[in-house]
Every structure is written in C-alpha cells, then in structure tokens.
Design a protein. Structure first.
Length: 95
C-alpha cells in the first residue's frame, strides 16, 4: 500500500464511520452488526508505507493494527480517532 492508497482508505473509512454514527437510530441491530464487521474488514487492509515510517502516523497506525486484531466493536471509535490523527498528519505533511 502506498501513501495515496493509505490516505484514500483512511478517508473512506472515516466517512463511512461518521455516516453510520449519524444514522445509528435509524438502523436495525442486524444492520449495525454487519456494518461493524465490514468496518473491520475494510480497515484490516491497511499497511504502513515506507513514507510514513518513523513518524507519529506510524505509531497511530500500529495502534490501529493492534485494535483491528481484537475485532472489538467497542474499539471502533478509538480506531476512528487514531485515523483522524493520521489523516490530519498526512494532510499537513504529505498532501
């Protein structure tokens, strides 16, 4: 995964997360469960590109990778917050 792929994946994931959070009252518990499973599938695709190594973004991405392994739905907000920090870092330094 190169840096642009990482940025695109993070942006997409964050948008999906925000959209679902805004609609929690309107979805069934079954749909919520599917959404949560899919969120883990999507974000599990990330890898750390060389351009991000030895940066604060790498630390957050390593934390995200560890949280993904738990498949704990209660960790999605923490993943989101870490990815927002990564996205902001990349926006400020790379793009």
């Amino acid at each position: 995964m190169d840096t642009q792929d990482l940025v695109d994946t993070i942006k997409m994931w964050n948008e999906f997360y925000k959209e679902m959070q805004n609609n929690l009252k309107e979805i069934s518990s079954e749909d919520l469960k599917k959404w949560q499973e899919n969120m883990f599938k999507i974000i599990s695709l990330i890898t750390i590109p060389d351009s991000v190594k030895s940066t604060p973004a790498e630390n957050n991405l390593n934390k995200v990778i560890e949280l993904i392994k738990t498949k704990d739905n209660n960790k999605l907000e923490e993943i989101f917050n870490l990815l927002v920090e990564v996205e902001n870092y990349l926006k400020d330094t790379v793009y």
